[in-house]
Write a protein that binds this ligand. Structure first.
Ligand SMILES: [Zn+2]
Length: 677
């Protein structure tokens, strides 16, 4: 049975072009994931679109003297084109200014209002008496109380970086008329997240497999206690709040974070309409079997893991996400990317000079999967030249050149396989299963490494077999070497297709293969002897130093004066942080499977004189009996949680490489209850 998978990438804000940081967060990983699942013949739909509402768009429109619609039309087109050129394979790329989206967002709001989900609250907000409108934080300017910069925004001082609220500003003024803002009462709808917290906690507890950076952020939100969030705003740009509640909705729109995630649903609906099967979107959004996966950057975790799920729970018709593999941030040459300072590598500018696959490869090899990462042009050049060109490109090129020069441009027959050939075939046969596990578990960096290792072993095979010698001394062996090298080239084209779609197509063209083979066939030889090969093409030329120096120089003009520290401070923790973790040795005295779960084990542990129960997601790696008597390591001061209806008081530590999992244990026998420091 093919899996039904619905994948979304965060809707980019139609307020500027896309840069590398965006790609590394929400887009490239999703595209690799989706392309793999298509090759696997799963039923996957990939949805994205432009987020076209919100205050920054209004501000930009005002600054340029154009309408907000003009701003979003311009950037929607720019973003859509960059994505297409970069090989982003969305099934549908929508926009939140569309009528379908407005309608669906209003229906969603009405449904929640009808269920009495919202709280109404009236309070005072700042108002421009001359323009006659309420002022969003960004529409209030004034003097920063910290650094005395006179043009700070109501939410942040761009000079010193301090987060502000409009009432912190000295001499506040309206950015529209320069009038002094006054207080005026206004009523808004709030989503009472506190009421949803227990249900959200229960749901999150059922997902111990989520990435630790994501779970960590969620737990800290839980710990602080979730608070009301306004879902409406006094603004002129956005989805109007629908009438019907008896309240005055004039001049009010849905807050952008309320309507933007609904954009995933409305874009799926438009996709179905475009396909001529208008009801098809419901097969994904309303089927509990759907694997809904949201790819995002870490700044969006609260929206996708708490707020949107709470909205979905309140609505009741839709599936909840099965995973939200959020990435951390990408820095650039040691500095934080900054759109406002133009410190970025913009995708459209990159694509004017370099190949999309080169960037896909280098970014994927260094994704900020669990901590922030850094992009540098030197690394780009090194990986491009040393890996893409010298390993993958070189292997394909020498194989093709040999086949054209000595085998009439056809796949030669392999009479017999020797030990080295058989080793290679064995490695190849195992590759699809190994790589697919990594992709499906969102370990894209690891997948990239394994893929390049496979290309490396192909190159080594070619070297070791020395076909330039056997061509004269042992022609059948030479033919076999080229035969298997060509088979390997075909496999690399398929296994690398999610990562390098353009290169993959070029390799298949060289091999004379029209139809992309399925993933599951990529571990087996698929070329027949005698097959006519296509023309040899160079896949990756060398990138020279002077090109890189131009790029580095360009960035230096907008780089901040003081670079961020080598290791990002927020990644480092203090000794106190370490000491907050209480780790102890525990002896497993009983273990059994949790009912209706193939992943979870219920363990009874003896920790000194105490006995505790914990639930661990290790059932696929350990038969329960094997654990009994083991001395394991447990975090004992973790908040208790109920997982699948089973109380869990603590967390078992285990190591994983994506494939194997090993429970941590002690090096020699020691009493249970021993403290770890
Ligand atoms: Zn300041």
């Amino acid at each position: 049975m093919p899996q039904k998978i619905l994948v979304t990438s965060a809707l980019p804000y139609a307020n500027g072009p896309i840069h590398l940081g965006h790609l590394a967060g929400a887009y490239l990983p999703a595209d690799i994931f989706v392309r793999y699942h298509r090759l696997k013949k799963n039923d996957v739909v990939y949805i994205c679109g432009s987020d076209e509402h919100g205050v920054p768009i209004l501000l930009r429109a005002r600054a340029e003297g154009v309408s907000p619609q003009e701003v979003v039309d311009r950037y929607h087109a720019v973003i859509k084109k960059s994505f297409a050129d970069f090989g982003m394979s969305f099934d549908y790329y929508g926009r939140t200014s569309s009528p379908v989206h407005h309608q669906l967002s209003q229906d969603f709001f009405r449904e929640l209002a009808a269920k009495n989900t919202f709280r109404l609250k009236t309070d005072k907000q700042l108002y421009d008496p001359e323009a006659g409108i309420f002022l969003a934080d960004r529409f209030i300017r004034g003097t920063c109380p910290v650094c005395k910069y006179e043009d700070a925004y109501g939410d942040q001082c761009e000079k010193c970086g301090t987060s502000l609220s409009p009432r912190d500003l000295l001499n506040p003024r309206s950015a529209i008329t320069s009038a002094v803002p006054v207080d005026k009462e206004t009523t808004h709808w709030y989503l009472p997240l506190d009421k949803f917290q227990p249900e959200l906690e229960k749901w999150i507890a059922g997902h111990p497999e989520w990435k630790t950076n994501v779970l960590g952020q969620i737990q800290s939100w839980f710990k602080d206690g979730l608070k009301d969030r306004a879902v409406t705003r006094d603004l002129t740009w956005g989805v109007p709040v629908p009438d019907g509640s008896g309240q005055d909705t004039a001049g009010k729109v849905l807050y952008v974070w309320f309507d933007a995630p609904i954009g995933y649903i409305s874009a799926t609906k438009e996709w179905a309409q475009e396909k001529g099967e208008p009801g098809l979107w419901e097969n994904y959004w309303k089927d509990p079997e759907t694997r809904l996966i949201h790819f995002i950057g870490k700044d969006n975790i609260v929206f996708h893991c708490l707020i949107f799920p709470a909205m979905l729970m309140a609505h009741g018709d839709y599936v909840l996400p099965q995973n939200v593999p959020a990435n951390e941030f990408l820095n650039l040459e040691g500095n934080k990317l900054s759109t406002s300072r133009n410190y970025a590598v913009w995708l459209d500018e990159y694509l004017q000079k370099f190949e999309p696959d080169a960037l896909r490869y280098v970014l994927a090899a260094n994704l900020p999967e669990t901590r922030d990462a850094d992009f540098s042009w030197k690394e780009f050049q090194a990986r491009h030249n040393n890996e893409l060109a010298d390993i993958l490109g070189n292997f394909i090129n020498r194989t093709m050149t040999f086949a054209h020069s000595y085998f009439e441009g056809k796949v030669p027959a392999a009479q017999a396989a020797d030990a080295a050939d058989r080793d290679l075939l064995q490695r190849l046969a195992e590759a699809p299963a190994r790589l697919e596990k990594l992709i499906d578990n969102f370990q894209f960096k690891h997948y990239v490494r394994e893929f390049m290792d496979l290309a490396r072993s192909a190159n080594k095979y070619f070297n070791d077999k020395e076909p330039w010698k056997t061509r004269k001394s042992d022609p059948p062996t030479c033919a076999a070497t080229i035969h298997y090298s060509l088979q390997l080239a075909r496999s690399l084209a398929v296994l690398g297709a999610p990562l390098l779609p353009f290169t993959s197509r070029k390799i298949l063209d060289m091999l004379g293969v029209d139809q992309m083979p399925e993933w599951d066939q990529s571990g087996q030889p698929g070329l027949s002897a005698g097959q006519v090969l296509g023309e040899t093409k160079i896949l990756f030329g060398k990138i020279e130093d002077d090109l890189m120096e131009q790029e580095i120089k360009k960035l230096q003009t907008t780089a901040p004066a003081a670079p961020v520290a080598e290791a990002e401070p927020e990644n480092l923790i203090s000794l106190d942080d370490v000491r907050r973790l209480e780790l102890q040795v525990a002896e497993v005295i009983a273990a059994e499977a949790v009912e209706k779960s193939n992943k979870l084990l219920r363990l009874q542990l003896k920790i000194g004189v105490e006995q505790r129960q914990i639930v661990a997601g290790i059932a696929q790696h350990y038969p329960p009996a094997e654990l009994i008597g083991k001395k394991v390591i447990v975090v004992v001061n973790l908040q208790p949680a109920t997982i699948r209806g089973v109380q869990s008081q603590g967390m078992l530590l285990a190591a994983s490489d994506g494939e194997k999992l090993a429970v941590l244990t002690v090096d020699r026998d020691i009493n249970s209850g021993s403290r770890i420091s």
